[in-house]
Design a protein around this ligand. Sequence first.
Ligand SMILES: C[S@@+](CC[C@H](N)C(=O)[O-])C[C@H]1O[C@@H](n2cnc3c(N)ncnc32)[C@H](O)[C@@H]1O
Ligand SMILES: *[C@@H]1O[C@H](CO)[C@@H](O)[C@H](O)[C@H]1NC(C)=O
Length: 331
Amino acid sequence: MDSKRLKVVLDLTFGAGGHSKAILQSVPGVTVVAVDRDPRAFQLAQHLAQEFPGQVKPVLGRFSELDNLLPALGLGPGDVDAALLDAGCSSMQMDTAERGFSLSKDGPLDMRMDGDRYPDMPCATDVVNALDQQALASVLAAYGEERHTRKIAAAIAQARSVYRINRTLQLASIVAGKCRAFPASALFARRDRLQRPSHVATKTFQALRIFVNDELNELHAGLHTVQTLLRPKGRLCVLTFHSLEDRLVKRFIRGEDLAAPPRLSIRQRAKARREVVEGECEEEEESEEEEKGLEDTYWVILQKKVMKPSEKEVQENSRARSAKLRTAVRR
Ligand SMILES: C[S@@+](CC[C@H](N)C(=O)[O-])C[C@H]1O[C@@H](n2cnc3c(N)ncnc32)[C@H](O)[C@@H]1O
Ligand SMILES: *[C@@H]1O[C@H](CO)[C@@H](O)[C@H](O)[C@H]1NC(C)=O
């Protein structure tokens, strides 16, 4: 690595700036390109730019818009030394009731990461009230990996025939079983992998959020942009929080055709079925089949196994519990 050249790091998910700040503090002279689609995050990036004059370039935009936005900063293929993508929504978004992401804080059922930047873009209220029942069930199945999809979609359809569902707690309680979507309809009847109670509407909220923000296509666009911008030996780090995202990242850095159905071993297929039936998500194992053919991709994979937080880390920060980290180096 040419240590005289000043480094350029692309933080694709600035959020509240935790990662960007840590990078600025540990790499002297580094330039951080701080991207986020959320206007609130963009404001915070602008503040950080004042703290580190000339070192932070705030960019307001989605991953899919970067090919148009980054050339204005003079960034082209090979100009980026490292890229970081911390997928999903931020604690800031989760904890602000008005953004409508949280099923435990009442707020408008919004969920748009872009805030009001695109007034015509449907929010979660539009989705739950306008999508026909069947399409709604498909969204829940595809993005929530939810097994009670038809019951939940029916409960939503029944409720919205009486009133417009436009608050987070309304939706949470509809799903929770006013409508008997679940046999044992205690609100926190489900348990996560650490045996902590999880709300029965968690997956419904996740599915709507992914759909509203087109998160999987966005993730793919972001990875693609990074693949173009990183210099040879440049490094990519991706943090994801559920298996749909992780699977996409894994397949992308393996150079698999994402339009083709995943290549699963018999064991993995059995496991995938169990996941659907039991509604829980186990570790994905890397099969031998998949280890082949890595030579012809754009990436060198650093750890064959996905990295996960330690128990201690999870105790200190429960939101890290489902985090998975993958890193790869551009060839
Ligand atoms: C998990 S948070 C990042 C937190 C950040 N690492 C920190 O230290 O505060 C993810 C952020 O990425 C943003 N984001 C998600 N998808 C995006 C996309 N497609 N384009 C741009 N930003 C996106 C969200 O708005 C959110 O602020
Ligand atoms: C939310 O729906 C209720 C009917 O359930 C309606 O009276 C109210 O105006 C709606 N609010 C918004 C902001 O759409």
